[in-house]
Design a protein around this ligand. Structure first.
Ligand code: AKB
Length: 316
């Protein structure tokens, strides 16, 4: 019998594409999507959907029991920029939802958990270039603190209770199907929409702010392949560094101008600049490559083609 999967936060930027990819792989009825609100028509129509609040233990447990869930992907989170505005709400959502899922796994109600971490676990004292897997981590944002604490708890639940929890430190993720919400790397998605719509974009990060980024297809492939890896290959139970591209707003602008020569950018950095400045500019992901064979496929030009075509198809 196929594993039954529950995705919490299925209507978000990653959740939407992850749900569709897993439904394609293991069958629509085996992937239960849940979120606090309804999602895209495609997601809603393609398989089971349940409204549930990730911070409500009873609701999550009821879904796990009702659908006899084996694996949980916890994708609900408050991202970096929003969590700076609502620190206590961000902390509560990011931590409580994780404890609920880890405790269900500890009590053997589910057998495997995926939980996303982020490059936000690093901070201003971390080496910025080729940031190693194991290094100084003094995050300076609420979101980063919650992700770093979450990583410690994942490793703790694995060591202490044998919980099979797996995690990736995602870089900024770029996709056209569902918009990101409340992140610092969101400029790299907005820029494509504005390039097509208005041929103009005002970036909230400076032109030379280099950040690690990845096209969503690569991120989904990485996630599924980490979850499919034999348990003994998953040697890191806090969270894996994962990398594909690093670019600045200026470099991304040049890539877009190859397709839309009249596209113009200007810069009005806001509070998100300080967040970006505290994060790495590139990541050493050799452990993911060694342990479970990670390889990225999309470079900046291929991603740009896909983004421009995809946005035209889906949104115009
Ligand atoms: C954010 O910008 O907050 C997220 C992330 C890098 O985790 N996209």
């Amino acid at each position: 019998m196929a594993s039954k999967i529950l995705i919490i936060g299925a209507c978000g930027q990653i959740g939407t594409e992850l749900t569709m990819a897993l439904r394609e792989k293991v069958g629509n009825q085996n992937v239960i999507a849940s979120d606090i609100r309804e999602g895209s028509p495609e997601l809603m129509a393609s398989g089971p959907f349940e409204v549930a609040d990730a911070t409500n233990f009873e609701q999550i447990q009821d879904l796990v029991i009702q659908y006899e869930i084996d694996e949980v992907y916890l994708m609900a989170a408050m991202l970096s920029a929003t969590a700076e505005k609502f620190p206590m709400k961000g902390w509560a959502l990011n931590m409580n939802s994780l404890f609920h899922v880890l405790n269900l796994a500890k009590d053997k109600k589910v057998s495997k958990v995926f939980w996303p971490s982020s490059i936000a676990v690093f901070g201003p004292t971390t080496p910025k270039k080729d940031t190693p897997q194991t290094t100084i981590m003094e995050p300076s944002t609420v979101y980063g603190i919650s992700k770093q604490a979450g990583e410690r708890w994942c490793e703790y639940y694995h060591n202490k209770f044998g919980v099979d929890v797996r995690s990736i430190r995602y870089p900024g993720l770029i996709s056209y199907k569902t918009l990101p919400g409340g992140g610092t790397t969101d400029y790299a998605v907005e820029i494509y929409h504005e390039a097509l719509k208005n041929k103009k974009y005002t970036s909230f990060l400076k032109e030379d702010t280099e950040l690690p980024m990845m096209f969503m297809d690569d991120a989904i492939r990485a996630t599924i392949s980490l979850m499919e890896a034999p348990a003994e290959n998953v040697k890191i139970r806090s969270s894996y560094n994962l990398a594909a591209l690093n670019f600045t707003p200026a470099t991304l602008t040049k890539a877009i101008q190859k397709h839309i020569p009249e596209f113009e950018i200007d810069y009005a950095p806001d509070f998100r600049q300080a967040i970006a400045d505290s994060w790495p500019s590139s990541i050493d992901d050799s452990r993911a490559r060694e342990d479970w064979g990670w390889q990225h496929e999309f470079d900046i030009d291929r991603m740009t083609e896909e983004m421009l075509e995809g946005i035209k198809e889906v949104h115009h």
